[in-house]
Design a protein around this ligand. Structure first.
Ligand code: PMP
Length: 363
């Protein structure tokens, strides 16, 4: 058994030597590494979920609604902006939404472009669908310059452009002008990954406001973060109805289970309650940013539920020293920087205490 390994299998040549996505899943006291929402569903929501799942249970001998009609209508209602169910699509996490986009608009001989540092799954999903990945750098402050972006797009003519706003791992939100400029020059589809949209600070509009005028714009969202439903796996997008029709060419039949559909629809009924927790997380985020700056760290402005900070002489050692103190953060982004997800006030106190012990030896 021991002699046979991955290299001995006849896997696709282009997958040889690549690594799977792998944020560590460790059993620690304070887990601030995967941008989860620290607040579990309330008892009221948990009871409603149990009721709905039990109602669905008696029909599990049948396939679910293939088009997730009720859920998509509820998601359109949540998003607003005059959107209808035929402009919304849902799948198992926004990663699956992105994969379906790549399956339709990417593929052999096609390219996708992103502005890095950004979400590591964009290149992984791109390559997994046999699409070539083109990486352009963000500016030193992690913004995307209009001139540099439009030049790169004009030169490479990518079939898909990824814009992540707010960006993971930097937290940077994009002004609408940048997205509009990219839409003007991009020959294919433009995907604005808004997984962290609900955590934006005041005054940064969503790309949803551009949908009416841009049929090749796709805005992807998730219930994993603001809705505290990472375990339920529900991602979605808003786009022109033609884009939604195109995605149905590649989606597997009945891809979204009846249980997932019921859970997500029920959670949407609790949007007000869940978004109340988001407000608390935004306030906690702003105070962590302020505290880090007051203690001499470089900190990227954040419109998300995490903060990128540095700069460490040896960030791996600093990450490990934090873990030794029971605080798991994420080693990601440019060299010298680390990312912390915003947790409860108690978790952030533990983070601050650990960092004060760790930082002197590592900055
Ligand atoms: N987009 C971004 C920018 C993310 O950070 C994440 C999760 N870390 C996702 C998409 C995927 O989230 P999910 O599949 O849970 O919806």
């Amino acid at each position: 058994m021991t002699e046979f390994g991955l290299d001995d299998l006849p896997i696709r040549d282009d997958l040889r030597g690549s690594s799977p996505y792998g944020a560590p899943q460790l059993d620690v006291q304070v887990a601030l590494n995967t941008n989860e929402n620290p607040y579990p569903p309330s008892d009221r929501l948990a009871e409603a979920l149990a009721r709905e799942v039990s109602a669905v249970a008696t029909g599990l001998n049948r396939y679910p609604d293939r088009d997730a009609t009720r859920l998509r209508a509820a998601l359109a209602g949540y998003l607003g902006h005059g959107l209808d169910a035929d402009q919304v699509w849902a799948a198992n996490g926004s990663n699956e939404v992105l994969q379906q986009i790549l399956q339709v608009f990417g593929g052999p001989g096609r390219t996708a472009m992103g502005f890095e540092p950004s979400y590591s799954m964009h290149p992984i999903i791109t390559r997994a669908t046999n699409t070539a990945w083109l990486s352009e750098p963000r500016a030193a402050d992690f913004s995307i310059g209009v001139a540099a972006a439009t030049r790169a797009i004009a030169e490479h003519q990518p079939d898909i452009v990824f814009l992540t706003s707010p960006n993971n791992p930097t937290g940077t939100a994009l002004p609408l002008e940048v997205i509009e400029s990219v839409l003007r020059v991009a020959p294919g589809v433009v995907v604005v990954d808004e997984a962290y949209a609900e955590f934006r600070r005041e005054g940064t509009p969503s790309a949803l406001t551009l949908l009416a005028d841009h049929p090749r714009l796709i805005v992807s969202r998730t219930m994993s973060k603001a809705f505290a439903m990472a375990g339920a796996r529900l991602g979605y997008l808003a786009a022109h109805p033609a884009v939604v029709q195109a995605l149905q060419l590649v989606r597997l039949p009945y891809h979204l289970s009846a249980v997932s559909q019921a859970v997500a629809t029920t959670a949407l009924d609790f949007a007000d309650e869940l978004l109340g927790a988001v407000k608390r997380l935004r306030e906690e985020r702003d105070s962590v940013v302020e505290w880090l700056r007051a203690h001499g760290f470089s900190v990227a402005d954040s419109d998300a539920n995490f903060v990128l900070f540095g700069e460490f002489a040896d960030r791996s050692a600093a990450w490990r020293a934090m873990l030794d103190r029971g605080v798991l953060i994420r080693e990601v982004g440019p060299p010298g920087w680390l990312r912390v997800t915003i947790g409860t006030p108690e978790e952030m106190t533990a983070f601050r205490e650990a960092l004060l012990q760790v930082a002197p030896g590592h900055l």
